[in-house]
Ligand binder design. Structure first.
Ligand code: GDG
Length: 468
């Protein structure tokens, strides 16, 4: 059945579970995006186009919790070239300010074009007449224009979850014009920060020479006229309800207490939660913390840093090296500082259920978000959402999208190790009254601007373009 509202994202919001008897089953993987779009998907005949996460798997469309899922199949070679290659080893490092060197390979680009076309064809084939297609993220930047070519009747949105780089860096991309043209197929192109939109618009003006007025681009059409595309910021947020509800649950509060006790009841617990990724500044954080112990400004009997580094992109070389570097640094710091009863860093290269993450947020006196570059950073918002008692300090890198909104955090430049050390001390020593003053304002911001407000704002902008 045709769908009025089609979401296109690299992954379907499901995970394959294989039972003990070998029978396979699909389960929805909870995430903010699904939560925000679910009501819309149910009420408006929605469909979600994406890869089920297993290579070489041909699946028929299926329904789960009232949402039609349309699987796009990828071969193992395509996963290597399109996903691990072009998306995660070309675009990801380039768009995060070349923290790691981007790899440019023509065969990866060819696979990217081919796979983007497959997603676009799937979306075009199920979208209802005059329907809406909402494309997500850097894996699918060519899809908007491909959908437009196939289905000029539909309204197309695109949201970019990661940063967009300054023109001087963007210009490195051998396929820079094709990518801009791909994105401009959308009626509304959403970014996390105003700065990302500005960089994009600059690239459009300089590379394609299209006329740009404010956030509007005059995109040439085949009939010799122009149409208007809008590029602006729509800062994403979290689905706050599960976080505030879990944070109020007695068993989760008891678990937070148990975590404190199992760490030897330090007076301060510092926490980092990240995918193990070079953009997240985990090495900088660990270095600053290690130096504070070495300098005697912090004492291992009084503080513990819990670092959850959930496994990520383990087949991409840069991630293999990063893991080695982090684990070497953690081993050294613990070797130099641990006592029988206290550890400097409790390092966990594991993923956890959301309940345990919330218990960790509740146990943490200081949350360290030290990303070198991050589109938004939802962890910062999740921490704030759980702190109903207005206690706790968020240390937040100015290179995250979240820093635009969360002004009452302790702001840091993670490249400045001396400044980062001082910020950690400020957080550790902050008075309860000051914590409460800041946390109150942070919470107001996060609770008022949740993920539903974000998707409503984006969809409103899309319908305004359509009604022009
Ligand atoms: C991209 C952009 C942008 C992590 N470990 C575990 C776990 N997580 C959850 C966190 C959070 C999410 O994963 C990570 O979101 P972030 O926003 O922090 O970062 P990316 O994954 O890089 O996301 C980013 C985002 O897209 C949205 O637009 O903000 O800038 O890079 O929700 O809690 N969750 C569980 N166990 C773990 O071990 N359950």
């Amino acid at each position: 059945m045709p769908a009025d509202f089609v979401v296109v994202a690299n992954r379907l919001p499901v995970d394959r579970i294989v039972g003990p008897d070998g029978a396979e089953e699909w389960r929805t993987s909870p995430g903010g995006l699904v939560a925000a779009l679910e009501p819309m998907m149910r009420s408006a005949r929605g469909a979600w186009v994406g890869w089920p996460g297993q290579p070489d798997t041909e699946l028929e469309p299926f329904e789960i919790n009232g949402i039609d899922l349309v699987p796009v199949s990828l071969s193992a070679d395509e996963v290597a070239d399109y996903y691990e290659g072009f998306a995660n080893d070309t675009i990801w490092p380039l768009y995060h300010d070349v923290i790691a060197p981007p790899q440019y390979h023509r065969e990866w680009w060819d696979a990217y074009v081919r796979v983007n076309r497959r997603f676009a064809e799937a979306a075009a084939s199920i979208a209802a007449q005059d329907g809406t297609v909402w494309v997500h993220d850097y894996q699918l930047q060519l899809v908007p224009q491909m959908v437009r070519d196939l289905r000029p009747d539909v309204t197309i949105g695109y949201f970019h979850h990661i940063p967009f780089p300054a023109h001087g860096l963007y210009a490195q991309l051998p396929w820079r014009d094709q990518v801009l043209t791909g994105l401009l197929g959308a009626d509304v192109i959403g970014f996390q920060r105003a700065q990302d939109a500005t960089y994009f618009l600059t690239a459009v003006r300089r590379r394609l020479k299209y006329e740009v007025k404010g956030s509007n681009v005059a995109v040439p059409t085949v009939d010799g006229g122009t149409r208007s595309a809008v590029a602006r910021a729509f800062p994403i947020s979290i689905d706050t309800a599960p976080y505030t509800e879990l944070a109020a649950r007695p068993d989760i509060r008891a678990r937070a207490q148990e975590i404190r006790e199992s760490l030897g009841n330090p007076s301060k617990i510092l926490l980092g939660v990240d995918r193990l990724d070079y953009t997240k500044g985990i090495r900088h954080r660990i270095k600053a913390y290690g130096e504070l112990l070495e300098d005697g400004r912090l004492n291992v009997e009084d503080v513990t840093l819990v670092q959850v580094a959930s496994p990520s992109r383990e087949r991409v070389d840069a991630y293999v090296h990063l893991r080695d570097e982090i684990e070497l640094a953690v081993g050294r710091i613990n070797g130099d500082n641990d006592t029988m009863g206290h550890t400097a860093i409790r390092y966990l290269h594991q993923g956890y259920p959301r309940e345990e993450m919330v218990a960790l947020y509740l146990a943490a006196d200081v949350m360290l978000v030290t990303a070198l570059r991050d589109g938004m950073n939802l962890v910062a918002k999740e921490y704030v959402a759980t702190r109903a008692d207005n206690r706790g300090v968020l240390v937040l890198s100015e290179f995250t999208g979240a820093a635009d909104e969360l002004r009452q955090a302790v702001r840091v430049n993670p490249h400045d190790i001396a400044g980062l050390k001082d910020a950690i001390m400020e957080a550790v020593e902050m008075s309860p009254a000051e914590q409460s003053r800041r946390m109150r304002s942070l919470r107001r911001r996060v609770l008022e601007n949740d993920v539903t407000a974000w998707s409503d704002a984006f969809l409103r902008a899309l319908s305004e373009v359509r009604s022009r």
